[in-house]
Design a protein around this ligand. Structure first.
Ligand SMILES: O=c1ccn([C@@H]2O[C@H](COP(=O)(O)O)[C@@H](O)[C@H]2O)c(=O)[nH]1
Length: 275
């Protein structure tokens, strides 16, 4: 099944807009595993087991594996998720962006080596840096638009000659001329609800991957109010707040409790009166 259909099915089946981000840091692992790079797969697998019925996606961030020479554990994890949660799409957070020839290799990495359903990309090298990923039928391409970090404003908030901000132009291109395939989505931070609202206006039906709730302090209710529409998927990511909810042996149960609370917060916000 392609990324869009998987996302649509699981969002309804699990009644969830929550994506659990898999950003394993051995230094933050619970007692008994702390600092052990060989147990990255095991740590993530227990989080997957504990949350797989609560989420609409999993998002492993490749840097947390590559930094520990643990790409083999990422491969193992991708295969594990596909086996135990085949209905949950996997978004590889890689934020790649390079010239076409190199992008072909990155596309192969994301979709052949890791078998992800979607990948995050930087669009700032232009459409020809995105095109090689489109050769993989059914895969989702999620472009950085208005990122959650404060420094995102340095460039994305620059005003162009057209009078629009750079992030608005990215949203317009992704919703229009770049999206003949219908497989593009956008990354917009929960930390900027006003811009989230603006992106939703410019890209009314595109899937939005929204990091920034949890550890970065983004507001779940404001996120839903700004971006949720019945026909427009939102994928609200939380990583550290879920993964490190407890440093004890109960870490998987604690992760489940935080994931459940966040999922419910997001669901409740759908029915909250607009402010
Ligand atoms: O604008 C962006 C784009 C991506 N991220 C990634 O999302 C998670 C957030 O983790 P938390 O622990 O929930 O803060 C992480 O993998 C980032 O690389 C983002 O935060 N902002």
């Amino acid at each position: 099944m392609n990324f869009t259909s998987l996302l649509d099915h699981v969002t309804h089946r699990h009644e969830s807009m929550l994506c659990v981000g898999l950003d394993p840091e051995p230094a933050k692992f619970p007692v008994g595993m702390k600092g052990d790079e060989r147990r990255i797969f095991e740590f993530c697998a227990r989080i997957v087991d504990a949350t797989k019925d609560l989420v609409c996606a999993f998002k492993p961030q490749i840097a947390y594996f590559a930094a520990h020479r643990a790409e083999d554990q990422l491969e193992q994890l991708m295969a594990y998720i596909r086996r135990v949660a085949p209905d949950v799409p996997i978004i590889l957070d890689a934020k790649r962006g390079d010239i076409g020839a190199t992008a072909e290799q990155y596309a192969r990495e994301a979709f052949v080596r890791y078998q992800s359903d979607a990948v995050t990309l930087s669009p700032y090298m232009g459409f020809d840096s995105i095109e090689p990923y489109l050769k993989y039928d059914g895969k989702g391409l999620i472009l950085l638009c208005r990122t959650s970090n404060p420094g995102g404003s340095d460039l994305q908030f620059q005003t162009l000659a057209s009078g629009e901000k750079l992030y608005e132009e990215v949203a317009r291109l992704a919703a229009g001329p770049w999206n003949a395939s219908g497989r593009l989505g956008l990354v917009v931070g929960a930390t900027f609800p006003e811009e989230l609202k603006r992106v939703r206006e410019l890209a009314p039906t595109l899937p939005l991957l929204i990091p920034g709730v949890g550890a970065q302090g983004g507001d779940a209710a404001a996120t839903v109010a700004a971006a949720w529409r019945p026909d427009a998927p939102i994928i609200v990511n939380s990583s550290r707040a879920v993964l490190y909810a407890s440093q004890g042996e109960d870490y998987a149960l604690a992760a489940r409790q935080v994931a459940q609370a966040t999922r419910e917060q997001l669901a409740r916000a759908r029915f909250a009166p607009a402010t």
